[in-house]
Structure formats: C-alpha cells, structure tokens
Design a binder for this molecule. Structure first.
Ligand code: ATP
Length: 463
C-alpha cells in the first residue's frame, strides 16, 4: 500500500461510511474542522469510555473531573498560555500561504532524509535556518518569506455585556488547567490522599492554521488529560514516570490494538522541553507522513500549582499529617487527544484483501472499539416472521451491545458495508431460524460462517 495514499483512503472511507465529514460542508466547509458521523460518534465514544474505564474507574488512586470550557481569564494568564501559547508562523509574500515555521523547516529536512526538530528554537533562529537553506514555499515553490512571527493559539471570546476589556475570556486551550484550578476543591471534598490523579476528558480549542492531515490537528478536539499529584519527598518521580509510560503503552497496544512496531517513545531534549519540566517524552505513532506525537508525558514539577497560587493568592499547599510539613505537590501529566487516537486507530486497523473489483476492505478493530459490536439482518425485508424474529434478536443483543441493523439489498453487500465499519460479527435470521432457532453468524476477519443457536448467541459474540 503506497503510504501517502493511506490517508486518502481513510478520508474516503470515513466520508463513505459515516465516520467523519468535513464540517459545515454545505457552506463550503471550514478549515481544520470536522463533524463525526454516526459511526465516528460511536468509535469516539468507545475510545473515550475505554480510557475512562482504564485510567479513572479501574484505579483507586484516580478520580474524574468535568470542568468548564470557559474558565476565569486569569487561569490562562497564570498558566502562561496568554503570553506564550503560540506558534511561530511565516507567510509567503508571493502566494500568501501562511504556514507554521517549525513545520516548514521540519518537512523540508524530512524530505531530504535529514530529520531535525526545531521545537524550542527562537523566531530568529528559525529565520536563520529558512534563509540559510533557502527553503522554498511548499505551495508555490518560490523563496520570498516574511519574518517568522508568533501567533497566539487561544480562542478569544467575550462574556455578557460588561465593558469589552473586562469581558474577554478564552475557550480552553487544554483541559489540564481545569484540573489545577479545582485541585483544592477536590482535596477538600473527597477522600483522596497523595499520590493520586485526576482525569478529565473534554473539548479543547486551538487556533491552528496549518491545514491538512485530516483530524490529526483540528481547531476543536477532544483531550483526555491526567494530572497525577505526588509528594516529591515521599514518591520518587522516575519510577512513577516509568509506570505511566507502561500504562500508556499497554493501553494503546492492548486496548486499542495498535501494533507496537508503529509506536515509539521520543524524549524531548533540553532545548525542546519546557523550562519547568524535568522530563518530557512523547509516545509517537507512525502516521503515513512520519512518526508524530500521539500522547505526551511530562513531569511538570509544581510549576502549575505555584503559578495558580501566585496569581490567585490562595494557598494551595497540602499538609503532611505525619510531620506538619506544608508543600505543593508535584505532577506527572499524561495528555492525549481522543480524536488523534481515533485517527490512529483507523489507520492501524485498515485492511485490504484481494484486488480490483474483488477487493475487500475491512477495519480490523478490536470488538470493544467497533462502532457496532454486531449487526443483525433479516434475510429479506418483506417476510414478516423473519423481520419480527430479527427484531427480537436486535432487541436482545442491544441490551448489552451497540447493534447495527440492515435489511437492504443482498447479504453480500450488507457484509461489505459492515466490514468497512469494522463490525466483528453479522447475524442473519433466515428461514432455518424459524424452524430450529439457529442463526448464521459471520466473522469479519476470517469470513467464516457458523450456525449458532439463539440461546448461545450472546456468549458467542462475547468471545
Ligand atoms: P502538537 O505538537 O502536535 O501540536 P502539543 O505538544 O501542542 O501537540 P499537547 O499540548 O501536549 O500537544 O496536547 C496533548 C495532546 O492533545 C497531543 O498529544 C495530541 O494528541 C492532542 N492535540 C493537541 N493539539 C491538537 C489538535 N489541534 N488537534 C487534535 N489533537 C491535538
């Protein structure tokens, strides 16, 4: 499979089968915005639920949170987002294309097979690299750039009818800050004790202007973030960091079923890492255009709580009950995009078998992820007994699973449609069902068909 076209195939499949549509398409679309269709909504929810189950519900040392999208504007001042949450942009004076300077440089060196990282470099340093290497505009191929300039990524909005300067607010650029500002309330209102973590899933917003790569980078996206708080005098951060790395790896390979060979860890060097972080590593997935960040893991020390204490004037310290010592907990932060995981999962599970007209396309999704765990078909739609029986099967299975229904066209077509959305099993109710209470169950991956008694159907599907 030619690598670059895999993205095109996924984009086409997503549109064709109701996973992802260009947003506001009847108005010509909106750059870097997408809508998740019926199958996409199911897949997203399954990924989100698995994450929540694994990292919040199954751990006694974790609790959940659902904070506001619009927080007090001072939150973003304290966090550093207002002053430095920006991308370095550069404009082509010839064709007016605006692009991220780091991407321009990295893509250029990637194409020469000499990959470099420019995160952490100043605007001047980036200007210098562009000039020295005479990097051309990727759109018009000319070399006539403006200087590199910073643009803030926070989305501004305004609240109510108070005078303009006072009403300015921001849509959150990450979910993590909501955790820090609720830290004291969580400590005061629950039975947690250090070390413990707070997990949160929700929409974040960034004024991203770089186009392309489908839902990899969008204006609004869903994040799943954890702040894991600990006492730096009682808990060693290095083993904790390693534990998180293992849990993240296990989630992506074990729960999402992604191949380990398509994943790697990449540690940030001193230049790239934020000044307050003692260690940052990214889990990267091999996207068709190269290894890119999927999930970041950062030891952020007590930077955020210190900032919020300073800006709010509220004491956020905790007390060690054994010796009365007051301190601000440190944090390790695993931060991932649910929508980026969604894209990775589709890329990793895409399969083609055979060629030409005969080609079979299917998504080898883990059953827990598939938009429908099972689909039910009455053999024909104009035989009342068959439809009624199939409806009963649908009702029974849907007590437990998300179940698809299809009574249109021939069975082969229905299989093809379910294959492309990754449904592990298709159940056909036919004339024999009315006689002996068995149905045909067809397996997505092997395409094998078996007769299964209705009483055994649930346990068969649960395998
Ligand atoms: P990148 O370098 O790709 O812009 P980042 O380092 O700014 O990402 P973080 O702020 O660490 O990202 O956010 C945590 C996670 O949120 C990322 O690992 C990624 O999975 C996801 N993410 C960040 N920005 C976007 C976006 N614009 N669209 C979709 N997912 C995103």
């Amino acid at each position: 499979m030619a690598e670059q076209t895999l993205t095109d195939k996924i984009v086409a499949l997503c549109k064709r089968r109701g996973f992802v549509y260009p947003s506001s398409e009847i108005y010509g679309g909106l750059a870097n915005s997408y809508d998740y269709g019926p199958m996409g909504a199911n897949l997203l929810r399954n990924i989100r639920n698995l994450w929540w189950k694994e990292f919040v519900e199954k751990r006694p040392d974790m609790v959940g949170l659902d904070s506001s999208i619009i927080l007090h504007p001072m939150v973003w001042k304290a966090s550093g987002h207002v002053d430095s949450f920006s991308d370095a942009m550069i404009d082509c004076k010839e064709c007016k294309t605006r692009t991220r300077a780091d991407h321009l440089i990295e893509d250029y060196f990637e194409s020469k097979k000499e990959p470099i990282k420019v995160e952490g470099k100043t605007e001047d340093q980036m200007d210098q690299i562009v000039q020295e290497n005479k990097i051309p505009c990727p759109a018009c191929k000319k070399f006539n750039w403006t200087k590199v300039r910073k643009f803030n990524l926070l989305f501004e909005t305004s609240i109510g009818i108070v005078p303009e300067s006072e009403s300015k607010a921001y849509l959150r650029g990450e979910t993590a800050q909501g955790i820090f500002v609720s830290f004291k309330n969580i400590m005061d209102s629950t039975r947690v004790k250090l070390p413990f973590g707070v997990g949160q899933i929700g929409k974040s917003f960034r004024n991203e202007i770089t186009k392309g790569n489908f839902v990899f980078r969008t204006l609004e996206f869903e994040q799943a973030e954890i702040e894991y708080f600990f006492d730096p005098e009682k808990t060693e951060w290095e083993p904790l960091f390693e534990n998180w790395k293992n849990s993240m790896w296990e989630f992506v390979t074990g729960k999402l079923g992604v191949k380990g060979e398509n994943l790697r860890w990449r540690a940030h060097d001193d230049e790239e890492r934020s000044f307050y972080s003692k260690r940052t590593e990214d889990m990267e997935y091999k996207f068709p255009w190269g290894f890119k960040e999927l999930w970041g893991l950062a030891y952020r020390t007590d930077y955020d709580l210190t900032q919020h204490e300073n800006f709010s004037g509220v004491d956020l310290k905790v007390v060690d009950s054994s010796d009365g010592r007051k301190f601000l907990p440190h944090v390790i932060e695993p931060a991932v995009g649910i929508t980026r995981m969604f894209f990775m999962t589709l890329l990793d599970s895409y399969r083609e078998e055979g060629e030409g007209e005969e080609m079979r396309i299917y998504l080898a999704l883990k059953p827990d992820l598939a938009p429908y765990r099972v689909a039910v078909f009455p053999l024909v739609s104009n035989k009342v007994e068959l439809v009624e029986k199939a409806d009963q099967v649908f009702k029974d299975l849907s007590q437990i699973y998300s179940v698809g229904w299809d009574d249109r066209g021939n069975i082969g077509k229905r299989y093809r449609a379910q294959d492309e959305i990754g449904t592990p099993y298709c159940v056909t109710v036919d004339y024999q069902t009315l006689e002996d209470g068995t149905v045909t169950v067809r397996d997505r991956d092997s395409m094998k068909q078996e007769r299964v008694a209705l009483e055994e159907l649930q346990s068969y599907i649960a395998r």
